[in-house]
Design a protein around this ligand. Structure first.
Ligand code: EPU
Length: 421
């Protein structure tokens, strides 16, 4: 198992190229199941999660051509071998569950394992299943598997979610492209990744309007065609490096950062005293000398502050000049980084979904452990500002969502070395 050895080395300076967005790529890859023509995705992030999904797709019969280290992935679902996705595969990565709707839409039936809970919360899939039932699917849950069938095909439906769910919105949108008639999703999630997916599906021949707003309309078509799509740049990766620069000080251009998707974070960084300036080629983050100001944040569906940047922002606030309140409103258990940040000297008190962070003068190095993807990278940020050498173990969590993290930080002067334990 790998660990990262991080030595505080002062301000970060230079340029970081932002990779393709994991959370967009995973849904775009699944879109290949809706057509018998090739789907080619460029700016594909090389991550444990995307590689894992490519293996699952291959096991369903998709021809996958994606040489190691390359950022273009060719997917061809001309023929499918099976419509069953077993527990061993779905358990490892929740996004695998999204193969259910496209398989159902194309083949009329699918059997996919329930994903189960995960470290950050219970994360049920009830809204996904309700949407498919509304579209005429028969759903049975047996021995941990969802067995879905729509013998006479899916039909358009009006679906209103009780709250915006990114996954349920994307999964319904994917599935409705091949249903008969019009599907309307009300109270849809508005995340930029949903727009990216809709753009790709529309280029494949789907008829989707309103993606990126709370009402999405999908007019079903009988067939989708192949396409070559550029995956959007990762706003969470960009936000994470923005926070690393804000924490250490310095001046870094985040090349290709999707600025429009980062407004809530930019606003919070500016309140903290960090400059986040959009430029033609990306987002420039600069922090001058002096302590950061404390800033309260509330995670919320887009365009609110993203839950996927909450841990990183908390790491930043650990050395601010005063007290900040961080409220997590999306997942019920997303404060696992708190005890680890405390090992580095942070002062944080958790009450329910609220963490009160009292800024300290400095963090001090310690061995810490990664518990989930975003929590692990918050420890890397804290390690970059701590005095001494911090080791972060169990970095396989981090490898699920950050492409060449050590390399990107090292190019800007960060001392981050990967070692095998
Ligand atoms: N929820 C339900 N029922 C459902 C679906 C969701 O109760 O059927 C609940 C969830 O348990 C959660 C809330 O609704 O409390 C929001 O969940 P959502 O469906 O919006 O999240 P998701 O689709 O499961 C995606 C990202 C997450 C990101 C969230 C919120 C992917 C693969 N995952 O998850 O990313 O935090 O949206 O923006 O796109 C990460 O990358 O680290 C990560 C966890």
């Amino acid at each position: 198992m790998d660990k990262l050895v991080i030595t505080g080395n002062g301000p970060l300076k230079g340029e970081i190229l932002i990779s393709g967005a994991k959370n967009s790529a995973l849904k775009l890859m699944v879109a290949c199941l809706l057509t018998d023509e090739p789907l080619v995705l460029s700016r594909m992030p090389n991550l444990a999660d995307t590689r894992f999904l490519s293996e699952l797709l291959a096991s369903l019969g998709v021809e996958v051509y994606w040489p190691r280290g390359e950022n273009t992935c060719h997917l061809n679902a001309a023929t499918l071998k099976t419509t069953i996705a077993p527990y061993e595969q779905v358990r490892k990565m929740r996004a695998s569950f999204n193969v259910l709707g496209p398989l159902l839409a194309r083949e009329g039936h699918a059997t996919v394992s329930l994903p189960g809970g995960c470290a950050i919360g219970a994360r049920p899939v009830d809204l996904h299943l309700q949407a498919f039932e509304a579209m005429g699917a028969d759903i049975v849950i047996e021995e941990g598997y969802v067995k879905a069938a729509a013998i006479r095909g899916l039909k358009g439906a009006e679906i209103e979610f009780p709250f915006p769910s990114v996954g349920a919105t994307e999964h319904t949108m994917l599935t409705a492209t091949l249903a008969k008639g019009v599907t309307t999703i009300k109270n849809a999630a508005c995340e930029p990744e949903i727009e990216d997916l809709a753009d790709c599906l529309n280029a494949m021949g789907a008829k989707i309007s309103g993606a990126g707003t709370s009402t999405i309309e999908i007019e079903g078509v009988s067939k989708l065609n192949g396409h070559k799509h550029l995956v959007m740049a990762d706003r969470i990766e960009a936000g994470t490096y923005a926070m690393a620069v804000a924490a250490t000080g310095g001046d870094v251009l985040l090349r290709d950062a999707p600025v429009e998707g980062l407004s809530a974070m930019i606003e919070s960084l500016e309140k903290a005293g960090v400059s986040a300036m959009p430029e033609e080629s990306g987002l420039r983050i600069q922090r001058a000398e002096g302590r950061l100001k404390p800033v309260d944040i509330n995670t919320a569906p887009h365009p609110g502050f993203p839950t996927d940047l909450q841990a990183q922002f908390m790491a930043l606030m650990t050395t601010a000049d005063g007290e900040s309140t961080i409220r997590e409103n999306i997942f019920e258990n997303r404060f696992m980084h708190v005890p680890e940040l405390s090992r580095l000297g942070a002062k944080i008190q958790v009450k329910g979904n609220e963490a009160i962070v009292t800024g300290v003068d400095e963090l001090k190095a310690a061995p810490v452990m990664a518990t989930d993807l975003r929590a692990s990278v918050s420890l890397v940020i804290a390690g970059l500002v701590a005095t001494g050498t911090t080791t972060v173990s169990r970095v396989y969590h981090l490898d699920r969502g950050f492409e060449r993290l050590e390399e990107k930080l090292e190019a800007c002067g960060g001392k981050v070395i990967r070692e095998t334990e």
